[in-house]
Design a protein around this ligand. Structure first.
Ligand code: A3D
Length: 322
């Protein structure tokens, strides 16, 4: 008999809620939302499910506080974690979230051993690494969401600046999910036309065009913080959810999309045995192949810098006992 795919959401907070609703609206599969907060995932999924007649989706949504509930899941999307509170150091947050991620990974390993896992929780590069280590899953089945969102932000800013449809903008961000991320200006284009050429034509001045692009790059790097600064009580959640849903759809529908994801590198980009944001083919078998772009000296240096920042984060996590 045919069956609908099953999507488990670990963490039913801000991002988890939007993930559940988008999964239902796109009929990607049945949804089970896990959270440690009693009754909350049951309430959220009931609320979304009660719109099924209005929105017209044949999707079953359930909430649970037990890992047994995720049994048989094809895809697991992880957003469990704590946000940084005032007075909390980076190390405090890393210790707390690594502890949560270890628990979550054990639950996935024990109850959904055949699943594909997409991690969104921060600090992203460290949380994906821990997920892979604790589950012991092959690396094509454990990857992270950051690049789809960072690249979408970069593309949006370019489209807004040039007054063109964002659908025609292709722009990519590589590297770790943090201040050292690498927006690839040289490859950014509008339906093939290099963005820098379009900016130079708009301003009639190469220096001004560079200034404008520098500001877009800087805004991309700090885009998460910009949203936090406005929301005040939390971080971005609509766009991260959309990004992870694009990855889930590529996986479940075997789309072979080329998406920037946090993937395990084994020699690609001269990086060994480490997770990093790079474009990869995402299809029915998860991360099917990392796509290598040739980088010039400046881009290579920026990526090295990002690799160093991720290494430092991983060392910190080890030092804290994970
Ligand atoms: P939030 O609304 O706080 O939801 C987190 C949920 O995790 C809450 O409902 C908690 O109850 C739950 N939780 C806590 N501990 C556990 C546990 N042990 N097991 C299961 N669930 C637990 O946060 P959010 O949804 O806004 O963000 C979730 C995560 O995504 C955070 O770590 C953010 O920093 C991160 N995030 C990443 C990106 C990227 O692009 C990488 C973007 C935005 C947010």
């Amino acid at each position: 008999a045919f069956k609908r795919p099953k999507i488990a959401l670990i963490g039913g907070g801000q991002i988890g809620g939007v993930l559940a609703q988008l999964s239902a609206l796109r009929e990607l599969g049945d949804v089970v939302m896990f959270d440690i907060v009693e009754d909350m995932p049951q309430g959220k999924t009931l609320d979304i499910g009660e719109a099924s007649r209005v929105d017209g989706f044949d999707i079953e949504l359930k909430g649970t506080n037990e890992y047994k509930g995720i049994e048989g899941s094809d895809v697991v999307i992880v957003t469990a974690g704590l946000p940084r509170k005032p007075g909390m150091s980076r190390d405090d947050l890393l210790t707390k979230n690594a502890g949560i991620m270890k628990q979550v990974a054990e639950g996935i390993r024990d109850y959904a051993p055949d699943s594909y896992v997409i991690v969104i929780s921060n600090p992203l590069d460290a949380m994906v690494t821990l997920m892979k280590e604790v589950t012991g899953f092959p690396t094509n089945r454990v990857f992270g969401q950051a690049g789809v969102l960072d690249s979408s932000r970069f593309s949006s800013f370019i489209a807004w600046e040039l007054g063109v449809s964002v659908k025609d903008v292709n722009a990519l961000v590589l590297g770790g999910h943090g201040d050292t991320m690498v927006p690839l200006v040289r490859y950014a284009n509008v339906n093939g036309a290099p963005v820098m050429e379009l900016l130079e034509r708009k301003y009639g001045d190469a220096n001004k065009a560079k200034e404008v692009m520098d500001a877009i790059v800087e805004r991309t790097r700090k885009a998460g913080g910009e949203v936090v600064g406005l929301l005040k009580t939390g971080s971005a959640f609509y766009s991260p959810a959309s990004a992870a849903i694009a990855m889930t759809e590529a996986l479940l529908r075997d789309q072979k999309r080329v998406l920037p994801v946090c993937a395990f590198l084994q020699g690609e980009y001269n990086v060994n045995d480490m997770y990093l944001g790079v474009p990869a083919i995402i299809g029915g078998d998860g991360v099917e192949k990392v796509v290598e772009l040739s980088l010039n000296e400046e881009e290579g240096k920026m990526l090295d810098n990002s690799v160093e920042a991720v290494k430092k984060l991983l060392e910190d996590m080890k030092r804290l006992g994970f």
